[in-house]
Design a protein around this ligand. Structure first.
Ligand SMILES: *[C@@H]1O[C@H](CO)[C@@H](O)[C@H](O)[C@H]1NC(C)=O
Ligand SMILES: *[C@@H]1O[C@H](CO)[C@@H](O)[C@H](O)[C@H]1NC(C)=O
Ligand SMILES: *[C@@H]1O[C@H](CO)[C@@H](O)[C@H](O)[C@H]1NC(C)=O
Ligand SMILES: *[C@@H]1O[C@H](CO)[C@@H](O)[C@H](O)[C@H]1NC(C)=O
Length: 335
């Protein structure tokens, strides 16, 4: 790691500030920090602007080349596993899930957890979807290829009935691909879902996203909320990279938004993107009936099954102890 921050490190620094901001309630972190003294506020605000002050602070106080190196050397602050762990929903208590996974920002795969939902029996039945909710107006992304990102050139958001949307799957010669990926489940299908037992006493639900498509690929990106995604038809194959490896994903390059990477995570072009060789790449295969816990700010590219894929995300905002640990760390080191 060189002492001079590269462009991608700048990205990371700004990103990590966004990360701290969004993981914590901003007012809370400021309140806590301001009770420590003015110098830390200065240091964090400067860090948000350019990143250089933040790096300098790490050099001066910690002897680290960059904040990224700091995260790598403090695995207890930012632990990650070699592989996505399997969580057993029948034995793992909610308390232990929060302690061992959420607070440590470790993804985990719940095999068969979606099978306890009414949706699991019902949503593979096209006639059921059509009969109960076919007349609902939905909007879908419409584009010529199946590689989806909300900003794709030429992509449109189109309104149609859910029944018309289902019909698009039947046409083998379709010119356009459609992806229902913006909203709650349509109409009465909301009755087929449940609060996810393992988090319902801990997290407050912010949002649902119903993901219905045919052979879609989602470009690598991050989201600012905790996601528990359950698959009801087909599968979703996640290829993921931990947030502290953001310096290696060229995020925001090539005119993309900062939470998108131009890379192909599955078969990367290392000549064009050599830093990506340093990235830890993991995968999580979320089969029909499984749920995946995907912590906020993890990079993920998602390849869905070749046919119909139907999944649902529950999104949560969480006040992580991780943030508190970093604050505690600053308190020890800087004050
Ligand atoms: C599919 O749904 C339709 C309409 O609700 C129902 O009549 C039919 O029995 C269902 N089929 C199966 C295999 O459950
Ligand atoms: C849905 O139902 C409508 C009639 O209400 C029918 O025209 C359409 O073909 C059905 N679509 C599917 C995919 O079952
Ligand atoms: C799809 O295209 C093929 C080849 O052009 C053609 O033979 C077939 O009839 C088309 N199917 C439909 C449903 O239009
Ligand atoms: C899922 O992704 C992994 C990693 O890229 C790959 O090895 C595996 O073959 C994929 N599985 C399917 C069914 O596409």
């Amino acid at each position: 790691m060189s002492n001079k921050p590269s462009d991608s490190e700048f990205n990371f620094l700004e990103h990590s500030m966004e990360f701290l901001k969004s993981l914590s309630k901003l007012t809370l972190i400021y309140a806590v920090i301001s009770s420590f003294g003015i110098s830390v506020i200065y240091f964090i605000e400067e860090g948000m602007n350019s990143g250089t002050q933040l790096n300098n602070a790490f050099k001066a106080y910690e002897g680290y080349g960059s904040v990224n190196q700091f995260f790598i050397d403090y695995p207890q602050l930012y632990q990650f596993d070699d592989q996505v762990q399997i969580c057993d929903h029948t034995t793992l208590t909610p308390e232990n899930f929060v302690k061992q996974y959420v607070n440590k920002q470790r993804p985990c795969l719940f095999k068969g957890y979606a099978k306890i939902w009414p949706a699991f029996e019902k949503w593979t039945n096209q006639s059921y979807l059509n009969e109960t909710s076919g007349q609902e107006i939905i909007y879908a992304e419409k584009q010529k290829d199946n590689r989806f990102a909300y900003f794709t050139a030429g992509a449109k958001r189109v309104y149609m009935t859910y029944s018309q949307f289902l019909d698009t799957f039947q046409d083998p010669n379709r010119t356009y691909h459609y992806y229902f990926s913006f909203e709650d489940p349509p109409g009465p299908l909301k009755e087929d879902i449940i609060d996810i037992p393992i988090v319902q006493d801990y997290f407050e639900l912010e949002q649902l996203t119903f993901w219905h498509g045919f052979g879609t690929l989602t470009r690598p990106h991050t989201d600012a909320m905790e996601n528990i995604i359950c698959v009801f038809e087909g599968y979703k194959n996640f290829t993921i990279v931990p947030p502290h490896h953001t310096p290696f994903v060229y995020n925001g390059y090539e005119g993309l938004p900062r939470n998108y990477s131009p890379l192909e995570f599955v078969d990367p072009d290392y000549t064009k993107y050599p830093l990506f060789k340093n990235a830890k790449i993991m995968s999580a295969f979320v089969d029909q009936g499984d749920c995946l816990y995907m912590p906020s700010f993890w990079w993920h590219q998602v390849e869905s099954s070749k046919g119909v894929t139907l999944a649902l995300s529950h999104w949560y905002k969480v006040q992580h102890e991780f943030t508190q640990e970093i604050i505690a760390h600053y308190q020890d080191k800087f004050l």
